[in-house]
Ligand binder design. Sequence first.
Ligand SMILES: Nc1ncnc2c1ncn2[C@@H]1O[C@H](COP(=O)(O)OP(=O)(O)OP(=O)(O)O)[C@@H](O)[C@H]1O
Length: 503
Amino acid sequence: MDIELRGITKRFGEVVANEGVNLSIRAGEVLGLLGENGAGKSTLMNVLCGLYRPNEGEILIDGQAVTFTSPADAIAAGIGMVHQHFMLVPVFTVAENVVLGVEPVGRLDRLDRAKASAEVATISRKYGLEVDPDALVETLPVGVQQRVEIIKVLFRAADVLILDEPTAVLTPQEVKDFFEVVRALRDAGKALVFITHKLNEILDISDRIAVIRGGRITGEGLPRDLTPKSLAEMMVGRPVSFDVAKAPFNPGRALLEVRDLTVLRDDDAVAVDHLNLTVHSGEIVGIAGVQGNGQSALIEALTGLRRAAGGTVTYDGTDITHASVRARHRAGIAHIPEDRQKSGLIPKFTVAENMVLDTYYDERFSRGPSVMWDHVAEKAAQAVLDFDVRTPSVYTAAGHLSGGNQQKLVVARELSRETLLAIAGQPTRGLDVGSIEYIHKRLVEARDTGDGVLIVSSELDEILSLADRILVMFKGRIVAEFDTGAGPVDKGAIGLAMAGAAA
Ligand SMILES: Nc1ncnc2c1ncn2[C@@H]1O[C@H](COP(=O)(O)OP(=O)(O)OP(=O)(O)O)[C@@H](O)[C@H]1O
């Protein structure tokens, strides 16, 4: 099935998210769609999958114009979206999730479980999407849950699959397996649209690449004619540097001292196991590791979101092991959370309000019980400029910003106040290369002016380019340490430690 988008324009009030977009999506082809944060990728895909109606333009399927009034229309026409945030019911099995809402009339009590399992097994075999149809979704790793989402779309007989940043949450091995599936789908004649911010990935998996900028398609090309550098330039409209310039390493006093820290998961399993680490002033410490080795629980414990079951956390000489989130925040600890949508922002609040979440006690912003909103708006406008947050105004609801710009807003709030220590979880996930360059610069600036910075990232390249010291976390413990100042670090050795070789 071939699709032709012709002259698609989509506006939100004053904002033109897509403008006169012409794009073809062909059977048996992976189309890579690349664009900076806020360029209009999600909007365009939401038009294609029936979630938004365009103000102008039309969609043609095999030459015939179609109108979608709901996602159900698009699904009926064979267009399926695999969302970035999975929409599965955790307490249902794989097969139940797949057939839910389709047959028989969406009622689980009338579901023929054996038939559903058999159908899931057939799809799973056909495209190499390995999964146990009878497993409960909540017991499955993220990479497998994603396969369930894809099976769900294929079960609805989709010929066109839209994959919105599918690799953002996957480990490198899962990405490899996932690419195999994408190729199998393409070879079976499906049309795929693949959205990612990772330039190497888009060059690897795409048959054709289209670049969107400011709501318009500004370039198209074949991977063999493009490089990460040329793609980055096409996308951002200026050269992007992948190197970070840092001042000489000159660490000061110990700012964060973690001793013998143990943290439990919700089910009481040990997530962080008698862990020790120190972050000094003027130093970036990077924690590398395959996701799921306790990094998230560690950050939660350091920022007060999760109780420490044992050990101590000392910040600038004070024991903060059991201090509240707010007390830590006030004491000058910045936190860039891993999941901005869960814990970073309040989507209904404006950009300005989100800039002062938790800071309104600050005497610069409040006098007595009342908040000085003019002053807040002014400060917010400056931070929006400084951190290149793309928003129509500071009075726009944060939930209306593109995903990447929401992330930049959190970073702007956390790094534009007086802090001593910044703790960042996956600080650049979902960001375009221009924004990554920008946020890396700001983190290095914080270090150069004497802050301590602790970064947890599953992107090894990010850790390598930023960290002065690299700690590898495996099964809740630090299993290896690498000093980047002492000559080039052996990537292979880090990889081995991440896989538990040194444990
Ligand atoms: N529901 C909405 N209401 C108002 N404005 C919106 C809405 N959805 C998107 N926008 C605006 O439309 C523009 C395009 O956003 P879109 O989400 O399509 O970008 P994107 O390319 O997917 O970005 P990202 O890479 O950050 O996910 C942005 O300026 C965004 O603020």
